[in-house]
Design a binder for this molecule. Structure first.
Ligand code: CUA
Length: 354
């Protein structure tokens, strides 16, 4: 069967418990893409960027048409004059030719470039304005090929860390401090903001704001390796009270599994040394992860897996655990050597981490 990986951006109204199917591998002809995002602004910064895009398109169209007319015109005129072509192009006075060259070759491009520069710089200034004091601050770290978003707390032990999912309060500017743990990536949620590079040796600041509650899909916009195209994330804008409730729930540590299967899964999690990369805060026997992997304290509360490329359902989670590399070639997640029953137990444990 021919499969295509659908790359697209769309906004959805937030439905409690809804599982998105965006970006999953879908049979040819089935697309979840509702509309491209860049020209569908969902926040103040994107509102400022869209007119620049349309302005450049309009200017480019007019210039392309003008060039086409100027190319075709002499051909038509020359053909009309073909019977007595002896005069050739010497009949254009040199002065007139100079005027055309200076006007269309120097003055017009200069004026257009200056206008575009002024338009671009003024847009850059408005989209890069700082967030007011007291705004929510989120540290976003990019990895090959996923994202960690952390919400710093007064006590570092209370820091909330989620993967590939950035919750923000709707209608408020939120400051993102962007950095990379390995190579250069670029953060881009087209409906909310322009793109900004994430560098391994520095922090860039980006302010995003969503006008309406909803899910805003984002992607890495800087080629960073084999899984660059499937390095996605989702920004979830919620009413401030829902955001606060989400943050409160995420701050609490995980409780130990109680059901039989989940208990067996928790033991497997320890035996397979999953904790070397994945932190489960508060779980018995789980030490601090020393290698980078998504924090799994509340993994079952998340909407997607594998950098927002597959929905977070028990079936997809089992598929991911059986062979991560088949889902995301190039992922650093190794395939645990487990039987089908053991995979089911591990899924039961991870599903208990709500
Ligand atoms: Cu990360 Cu491209």
């Amino acid at each position: 069967m021919i499969e295509i990986r659908v790359v697209g951006y769309h906004r959805r109204r937030l439905r409690p418990g809804a599982v998105t199917s965006m970006g999953s591998v879908m049979p040819l002809g089935v697309s979840s893409v509702e509309r491209p995002g860049q020209l569908d602004p969902g926040g103040p910064a994107a509102d400022d960027i869209a007119p620049l895009w349309w302005g450049l398109l309009a200017a480019g169209t007019v210039i392309a048409l003008l060039v086409a007319v100027l190319l075709v015109l002499p051909m038509v005129r020359r053909r009309r004059r073909m019977p007595d072509a002896s005069a050739d192009h010497d009949d254009v006075p040199q002065q007139l030719a100079n005027r055309w060259i200076i006007g269309l070759g120097v003055v017009m491009p200069g004026a257009i470039l200056i206008a575009v520069l002024v338009f671009s710089v003024s847009t850059m200034r408005t989209v890069s304005r700082a967030a007011p004091a007291g705004s929510v601050v989120i540290d976003v770290v990019s990895y090959q090929f996923w994202w960690a978003a952390s919400y710093p707390a007064d006590d570092p032990d209370d820091d909330v860390i989620v993967a590939n999912e950035i919750h923000i309060p709707v209608g408020e500017p939120v400051e993102l401090r962007l950095t990379s743990a390995d190579v250069i990536h670029s953060f881009w949620a087209p409906e909310l903001q322009g793109k900004l590079d994430m560098l391994p040796d520095g922090t860039n600041t980006l302010v995003i704001e969503a006008d309406e509650p909803g899910e805003y899909l984002g992607a890495c916009a800087e080629f960073c390796g084999v899984q660059h195209a499937l390095m996605r994330f989702v920004v979830i804008a919620e009413p401030p009270d829902e955001f606060a409730a989400w943050l409160f729930a995420q701050r609490s540590p995980a409780s130990d599994a109680t059901a039989d299967a989940a208990q067996r899964g928790q033991e497997l999690f320890a035996a397979e040394d999953c904790g070397a990369c994945h932190t489960v805060r508060g779980a018995a026997e789980a030490g601090a992860a020393t290698m980078p992997g998504p924090d799994l304290t509340h993994v079952a509360s998340r909407r997607t897996l594998a950098a927002a490329t597959i929905p977070n359902t028990p079936v997809e989670l089992a598929r991911w655990l059986r062979d991560p590399d088949a889902v995301k070639p190039g992922t650093t997640m190794p395939a645990p050597e487990l039987t089908a029953d053991e995979i089911d137990d591990l899924v039961a444990y991870l599903e208990s981490l709500r």
